[in-house]
Design a protein. Structure first.
Length: 317
């Protein structure tokens, strides 16, 4: 049907003279015509019609946007031409007013003379780190984005670990100060990326779709193929985000990844007996308790027993 037809886009103006100067001179679009009904511009092969109306009621969302290869360069050029980019409360925008989405796309917003919201977007290479050339993992659920960490997010992970230091110490081995430094976090991410590239591990950080906040992580480690086809699962979440169902939602996706994409047969998880929240998540997802390992791990300076849970992939049998 229409998938082979040329697309036209529309916005509105109540001041055609100002609109023409903005779109032609400031943005650099190719002017085509001006009649009693609309200004017409050409943007590559797309026609933009700016309709002439008596009154414009701008929407509170983007009505027109451009995909650009170098967003900082475009922001700099347009700023020099008088464009003011918007800053929104609660969004982590940089000094260029650029917001980095959970997908690592970079976006800025601005308005035309009539208040119509416009945007520029620089999309990332979906399967590569910008500076490492290594495989990037990226998945979505209803409320979350699960992905490997980008190098420009080292500081955010460092802040997450420091913020949850006391809370996570109840369930994890004792950590030295190096672990909580940016250098320690960088080394951790480098190690994880190497394992991802060699398909020896799956390390996914959990971000809220609404707000781009890092709230936790899930690690699939010690992946063994061949006759075993097994792995170990561990997970952590921000203390402020517990009891909201986020971990169950994220883990359900990770189980799917392990079984479908990595063809694993067995996922194992070990939990301290008094970690009731963690045990409830595993049971909810179908993990079966297989026994108790005495003095299994040294947690926060003490050797602790762990309950051993297993989930099997029946489709692989």
């Amino acid at each position: 049907m229409l998938n082979k037809s040329d697309l036209m886009t529309f916005v509105a103006t109540c001041n055609a003279a100002k609109a023409r100067r903005f779109y032609e001179e400031t943005l650099g679009l190719t002017f085509v015509s001006d009649d009693q009904f609309a200004l017409v511009f050409k943007v590559n092969e797309t026609i933009l019609r700016i309709q002439k109306v008596d009154r414009v009621n701008p929407y509170g969302y983007t009505v027109l946007g451009w995909k650009v290869p170098d967003i900082k360069k475009e922001v700099t050029t347009l700023t020099q031409r008088g464009v003011k980019f918007a800053r929104y409360e609660g969004m982590h925008q940089d000094e260029y007013e650029i917001w980095t989405a959970p997908s690592n796309a970079k976006i800025v917003w601005f308005t035309d003379p009539d208040g119509n919201i416009l945007s520029l977007t620089e999309f990332p290479e979906q399967e590569k780190h910008g500076d490492g050339g290594k495989e990037m993992l990226f998945y979505e659920t209803d409320r979350l984005v699960l992905r490997s960490l980008q190098w420009n997010e080292i500081k955010q992970l460092n802040e997450y670990l420091i913020r949850n230091k006391e809370f996570l110490s109840l369930w994890e081995p004792a950590r030295d100060e190096q672990y909580f430094s940016e250098k320690g976090v960088t080394e951790l991410v480098e190690k994880q990326n190497d394992e991802i590239a060699n398909r020896k591990g799956i390390y996914l950080y959990i971000f809220l779709k609404d707000g781009h906040n890092l709230i936790g992580s899930i690690s699939v480690s010690n992946i063994i193929y061949g006759a075993f086809q097994s792995c170990f699962l561990s997970y952590r979440i921000d203390e402020q985000e517990i009891n909201k169902g986020y971990m169950t939602e994220a883990m359900r996706k990770v189980i799917e990844i392990c079984f479908r994409e990595y063809s694993l047969h067995r996922i194992e998880a070990n939990v301290i007996p008094n970690n009731e929240r963690s045990r409830r998540v595993l049971k909810k997802l179908g993990f079966v308790e297989e026994g108790r390992s005495r003095k299994y791990l040294k947690i926060n300076g003490l050797w602790e027993d762990h309950i051993h849970y297993v989930l099997l992939n029946s489709r692989a049998e």
